[in-house]
Design a binder for this molecule. Sequence first.
Ligand code: GYE
Length: 339
Amino acid sequence: MFVLVLAACGSDEEAAGTDGDTGADSDATETEDTGSDTEEGDSKEASEKLVIGFSQVGAESEWRTANTTSMQDAITDAGHELKFSDAQQKQENQIKAIRSFIAQKVDAIVFSPVVETGFETVLQEAKDAKIPVFLSDRAVDIEDDSLWVTFLGSDFIEEGKKAGNWLVEEMEGEGEVNIVELQGTVGSAPAIDRKEGFEQIISEYPNFEITKSQTGDFTRAKGKEVMEAFLKSDGDNIDVLYAHNDDMAIGAIQAIEEYGLKPAEDIVIIGVDAVKGAFEAMAAGKMNVTIECNPLFGPQMVEIIEQYLAGEEVPKRIAVEESMYTMDQAEELLPTRQY
Ligand code: GYE
């Protein structure tokens, strides 16, 4: 139910009481416009029920499902209504979902863009409809930054650098180090930035070289498939696998075992996300390190949306804090991991 209650009016919260979705006419419950609202839209009581549209990337990884749950729980636990759309990793599905949120006159759109580019038109439509857009997890590469309120997510370049720094510390002085890379979804912020951060570090060490690099689209199945191809063409010359997420690393570990090599011994395995599956692989001695990327920022996102709609200023960029975990910590930490 879409309800506008101007904070300035001190309007009755009960107005938000009706639950079901009445569709396009739902703005019938709008309270009177006193003319005191700003151009940007009306400010709202913190306790007011909001309708929030969430356009999620898909369900490609353990990270993603943890992020979806965190966001869904946070929105509904705060008493807001969620309209959820899974894009199945396709940009056109996200554009459709955002258009549908606009048509339904949601109060806010949370948007986790599959890729960085190509969203100008639809985001302009949201802006014209005065619906604020909150970027979740992944950034966009769009010049006009008035098309979104803020970007809450991880620093992917930093994650790539952490992976690179761990590796050079671990293997410096070992002669030639041949690295194969499993990239995330082509054109996505984490794939672009995790590559860049990692390369920034290893490019300073001439004995470290990325010999093969291909996308595994952030999934186990593709990670396995691409690793199989890497092994087939150059099996005995691979020292390190750098995977842009743990799911691809886990798929690749299977491929390495099937090929007859020992993951983490014959080939050093680096992943990103720090999902449970990576801790299990590390505890089993099959993976060396995972760089944390925390997906549990649903509550933080809801707080930001509420603050913004209540008229408070929010920073343009909010980073999620995270760490890095190695094999020797895995057994102890595994029971405490939440995703
Ligand atoms: O690392 C990967 C997922 O955008 C940070 O997307 C996210 C990435 C995450 O599929 O597992």
